[in-house]
Design a protein around this ligand. Structure first.
Ligand SMILES: Nc1ncnc2c1ncn2[C@@H]1O[C@H](COP(=O)(O)OP(=O)(O)OP(=O)(O)O)[C@@H](O)[C@H]1O
Ligand SMILES: [Mg+2]
Length: 266
């Protein structure tokens, strides 16, 4: 793709154990390209390589072959240009909410005047006003995840990489966080790569959804989501078009999940 914000070109990722005896081909012929400002979701059965792909884009790991590009350049290491939110919030237990959220800018010697206002804004946005001075052990799982999200947002990254970020949240908080995310995405014009198992969530959020095959993971199906924005989830999920898209996606995921199960049985 010309002018892709980020791109995977024919990427494979093979994990091998210490003695190189057992090899897992997590990704093979994995191709995906996102335009600037696009919201992209990756869906697929458990173990198909979604997190592996996201980790490559985050710079946590290198592909075995193929290219992982950001603004046309190969990714060498993690950077503030990519905000990462993982399934398990990894907060510093000895730092307060505000200190956790401002960790990135403080490490990069940004002036406090510059990040303080933003810290307040993002802490408000994720609904943690009043908890600024609390420590992680004083927060629920969902609250910790929201701290992790504010921490990713404060650097105003050009790419947001989110690996099942709302998986641990209750249904109500999840809906609110989805709305927040779309609002921030719209304001910052961030390009988002979002992983979820929740097909409704993927359709509500995305411009395009990519469904992966079972391992070794590659893209099996691309679905363009035709709904205009802003979207209203409450009416959206009852529309015929929504149900049709959901049906198509669920069918493919089920097919691929069955493949993994049959393989285990053999
Ligand atoms: N660091 C690693 N070392 C060895 N194998 C790994 C490593 N990371 C992932 N794998 C393997 O690669 C495959 C893909 O894993 P990955 O975590 O990307 O799946 P996933 O699609 O994110 O699954 P889930 O939906 O359950 O989170 C799995 O078989 C997993 O065991
Ligand atoms: Mg995963």
């Amino acid at each position: 793709m010309e002018n892709a914000k980020f791109q995977f070109i024919n990427v494979s990722k093979i994990f091998s154990d210490k003695d190189k005896k057992v090899q897992t081909i997590a990704l093979e012929h994995f191709n995906l390209a996102a335009k600037t400002g696009e919201f992209i979701c990756l869906l697929g059965s458990s173990g198909c390589g979604k997190s592996t792909a996201l980790n490559l884009m985050a710079g946590f790991d290198k592909p075995t072959s193929g290219k992982v590009l950001l603004d046309g350049h190969p990714i060498e290491k993690p950077g503030l240009d990519r905000g990462v939110v993982l399934q398990e919030p990894t907060l510093f237990p000895w730092l307060t909410v505000t200190e956790n959220v401002t960790f990135g800018p403080r490490m990069n010697n940004v002036f406090p005047q510059k990040y303080k206002e933003n810290a307040r804004r993002y802490i408000d946005l994720v609904g943690l006003k009043g908890f600024e001075h609390h420590y992680p052990y004083e927060l629920s799982g969902g609250m910790k995840q929201r701290v992790a999200i504010a921490r990713a947002w404060i650097n105003e990254p050009s790419v947001l990489l989110m690996d099942e970020p709302f998986g641990a949240l209750d249904a109500q908080t999840r809906l609110i966080m989805q709305e927040f995310l779309l609002r921030v995405w719209d304001t910052l014009k961030t390009t988002v790569l979002f992983i979820t198992h929740d097909v409704d969530e993927a359709i509500y959020l995305s411009d395009r959804i990519f469904v992966m095959t079972a391992r070794p993971g590659r893209i099996k199906m691309e679905v363009k989501i035709p709904f205009s924005r802003p979207r209203d989830p409450e009416t959206l999920i009852f529309s015929n078009a929504f149900v049709e898209i959901k049906h198509k996606i669920v069918h493919v995921i089920k097919e691929e999940t069955l493949k993994t199960m049959l393989e285990v049985e053999r």
